[in-house]
Design a protein around this ligand. Structure first.
Ligand code: ADP
Ligand code: ZN
Ligand code: ZN
Length: 757
């Protein structure tokens, strides 16, 4: 037996239901329990590959005390003062350097870079209070008299006196600053004089700006009311329930009623959303009703904030009765979950691709809900084929809202043939005459416009007009994307970037041109075509950082921008009041995606983006530009024919044995040596074929067959009977074991994706 050195937690930080849930995730998504725990616990992020480490210069180090591997890191940091964790890893050529770094941190040999490190310290907020000796009326007067020549200081004293009232409680410096209309410096000088007492108080990082007023929830209209009743009936039958409600039908208000009921019963509620839909907009709306009972949890929160939410949920603090979050929120230590809502359930961003666990948060949240015996609601205007299939087969319950709230009409949609328009030379840049006119008119009306283009950057390709060469990423088998703003070519897979070449790498010709177009180019064109309009852009490049997308959304909301150009980010659950026109620059790039879900996604994306138009009074308009105006999916979008889309897609899935009719597992192989990879994948596929003769496709190269200098190959396994899925996985695992026993294959990475590939 070993001695216990220290008790880190007074109570377990993980509960039994979580462990069960995590075991399910590991087994279902074919990864290790360790990988699940790592992704679930916020502390696992303490040292992530991007964290910066540097030598602790304030500390004398006896090199002899370092272990060999520690010394390697120490040496690396002598040469380069500051390194990312992943760089340390490659310099000392070790896969997992985290334990080494952890030891070095404990020995104080290294520190994390300050900005990063700061996040782990509790947040202290400055408070001040008037010294007790000054608070009687005559003493105060005396004090004020002594300050007659410092009017700013006397104003601060007066304000503070009023704010404190009889309570004698310290007041936040920021609050005092505001109410006395003075500065931190003035307050500081009073502290220095000993007139004010200063306090530092530890506070929650996750603070709410708004005043939660716990206002009453809205009365539902009859359509919402019926949907609510249907949902409750279905809940009574213990069924996962799908709410299909057209965009702007008021699904959120229905959720609010269910949440309210759940919290009244003293149970916790989990509300999952795609990351991007987690904006101040929605949170503000919910805070009106639930105030401080809300906890928010998503990846843009730092570790300390996440730990705080974790603790609040764990202790079932009233503060965290309603958790709103992106997919990782389902990992929190709920003790008595009564309701799980997955909004925008069709969203592909619920699926985590890298690293393991490669789970789908909607599906995993359903399992979590079952473990808690909670009610489970999925919501969408354009449900996934899977969920709708489950409704059709009777597995899920169903409710719908077919009208927008407040008798607002669905937008009017129009397809514009850009092939025809270019033939007739009726294009201004990438704008058809039709779209151009609509923009002009909408601007005249003083309304706002959203322009959707599914590609970021300026142009996807840069092409040599002499030899046709397009610059490729040296690390990935993909062409580099041209970003005009930084005058760079960038790889969207590995981040590699290089200055714009002046001559062709291949033939030296200076005649280079761009091909295709992205958001950046649209932004530029539209600004040139409508110089009086204020144009903003929302894509991965403009929304980095914690409040990146919030800023743009708020600016658009407050009509500081007339036109917002964006990628699919702008399609998600945003409720803008004044948008009357949505333009889709080119629908075809969506349709041509090599994926069996491409058509379903196109339908969803275009319907969602169209749903941003005309959410109030005036009927909105949507102009979709395409080379294929007769494409079935586009017709289904413009006629809001979800059923038609579903029936056709389901037929195709049946024909080609795809989910939801069949189950599917994708095995990806990764290796830096091309030949080893090919042999390994062939070996694995052969073993699969002899072992269960089911449908094994491949191995094949994916569209981008090399990323970060690793070659890739896929095998796809289609499993026909749902109940044999577990059996199939067990078989695959067995094959993997013999595979890893072959020395040459040991270094080949094998990655599984289940259901969502
Ligand atoms: P969805 O989530 O279905 O797209 P929202 O919940 O965003 O729709 O509702 C659209 C708009 O209608 C919102 O601005 C919302 O405040 C308003 N709304 C919805 N239901 C009600 C209601 N019962 N009473 C008042 N306003 C409502
Ligand atoms: Zn060339
Ligand atoms: Zn690359």
């Amino acid at each position: 037996a070993k001695e216990i050195h220290e008790l880190l937690d007074e109570y377990p930080i993980v509960n039994e239901i979580q462990l069960k849930h995590w075991e399910w995730i590991a087994s279902y998504y074919m990864c290790t329990l360790g990988e699940v725990v790592r992704s679930a616990l916020p502390s696992a992020f303490l040292l992530e590959s991007e964290t910066l480490v540097l030598r602790n210069t304030e500390y004398e180090i006896d090199e002899n005390e370092l272990l060999d591997d520690e010394f390697l890191v120490f040496e690396a940091l002598q040469h380069q003062a500051i390194l990312k964790v992943q760089e340390v890893s490659s310099i000392i050529d070790r896969k997992n350097v985290l334990p080494i770094l952890q030891r070095l941190l404990e020995k104080k040999v290294i520190v994390l870079k300050e900005e990063v490190y700061d996040q782990y310290k509790p947040k202290l907020v400055r408070y001040v209070k008037l010294g007790a000796e000054h608070t009687s009326d005559e003493k105060l007067e005396e004090l004020l008299n002594s300050l007659t020549r410092a009017p700013k200081q006397s104003q601060v004293v007066l304000s503070l006196f009023q704010l404190q009232g009889k309570s004698q409680n310290p007041i936040k410096v920021s609050e005092l600053e505001k109410s006395s209309n003075s500065s931190k410096a003035v307050i500081k000088s009073l502290v220095d004089k000993g007139i004010l007492e200063e306090y530092f108080i530890k506070t929650d990082r996750v603070n709410y700006d708004g005043d939660p007023d716990n206002s009453d929830t809205k009365d539902l209209n009859e359509y919402q009311e019926i949907a609510l009743l249907d949902i409750k009936t279905s809940f009574k039958a213990n069924k996962v329930t799908l709410l299909k409600g057209v965009t702007s039908s008021g699904k959120t208000e229905v959720y609010v009623k269910l949440i309210e009921e759940c919290l009244e019963k003293g149970l916790q509620a989990l509300y999952l959303l795609p990351e991007i839909a987690l904006t101040t907009q929605l949170i503000g709306r919910l805070q009106e009703y639930f105030g401080e009972k809300i906890a928010i949890y998503h990846s843009k929160y730092n570790v300390q904030e996440r730990v705080e939410v974790w603790q609040n949920v764990l202790q079932a603090k009233p503060k965290a009765q309603l958790v709103i979050g992106a997919r990782s929120a389902m990992y929190l230590p709920f003790s008595k979950l009564g309701l799980v809502i997955v909004d925008e359930e069709h969203e592909s961003s619920f699926k985590q691709f890298d690293p393991a666990p490669r789970y789908h948060a909607r599906d995993a949240a359903i399992v979590l809900g079952h473990l808690h015996k909670a009610s489970i609601l999925l919501g969408s205007a354009t449900p996934s084929v899977e969920s709708y299939y489950n409704v059709q087969t009777g597995k899920y319950g169903y409710a719908e809202i077919t009208r927008r709230y407040g008798n607002v009409l669905m937008p009017e949609m129009e397809l514009v043939d850009i092939k025809e328009a270019s033939r007739k030379r009726k294009m201004k840049g990438h704008f058809s005459e039709r779209l151009f006119m609509e923009i002009e008119e909408t601007l005249k009306e003083g309304a706002q416009i959203i322009l959707f283009q599914n590609r970021r950057g300026f142009a996807p390709l840069m092409e040599c007009l002499t030899c046709g060469h397009t610059p490729q990423c040296p690390n990935c088998d993909v062409s580099l994307t041209y970003h005009q703003y930084r005058n760079q070519l960038r790889c969207h897979y590995c981040g590699h970037h290089t200055a714009l070449p002046e001559i062709c790498f291949a033939c030296g010709s200076p005649d280079l041109d761009t091909k295709g177009f992205g958001t950046e180019q649209i932004e530029k064109e539209v600004s040139a075509l409508f110089p009086e309009a204020k144009v903003g852009r929302m894509d991965l490049d403009t929304t980095r950082g914690k409040h990146g997308y919030e800023k743009i959304i708020t600016a658009f909301e407050q009509h500081e921008l007339d036109i917002l150009v964006g990628t699919q980010m702008i399609t998600k659950g945003l409720d803008f009041r004044n948008v009357n026109l949505v333009g889709v620059m080119n629908a075809d790039s969506l349709l041509n995606f090599p994926d069996y879900r491409a058509h379903e996604r196109t339908y969803q994306l275009l319907t969602q983006v169209s749903g941003r138009a005309g959410r109030t009074k005036k009927r909105g308009r949507v102009v979709i530009q395409t080379y294929n105006p007769y494409h079935q999916i586009l017709k289904q979008v413009t006629t809001s024919d979800y059923e038609g889309m579903y029936t056709e897609q389901l037929y195709e899935r049946e024909q080609f044995k795809y989910p939801p009719v069949n189950r599917i597992i994708k095995v990806t192989f990764k290796h830096k040596n091309y030949n080893v990879l090919n042999e390994a994948a062939d070996w694995f596929a052969g073993a699969l074929r002899t072992n269960f003769g089911g449908t094994v496709l491949g191995p094949e190269y994916p569209p981008v067959a090399r990323i970060r200098n690793q070659y890739l190959k896929h095998i796809v396994i289609k499993v026909q009977k749902v109940h044999s899925l577990a059996q199939t996985k067990a078989n695959i695992r067995r094959i993997e074991k013999s595979f890893k026993a072959v020395a040459m294959y040991r270094s080949v990475r094998v990655i599984y994706n289940v259901d969502h590939i």
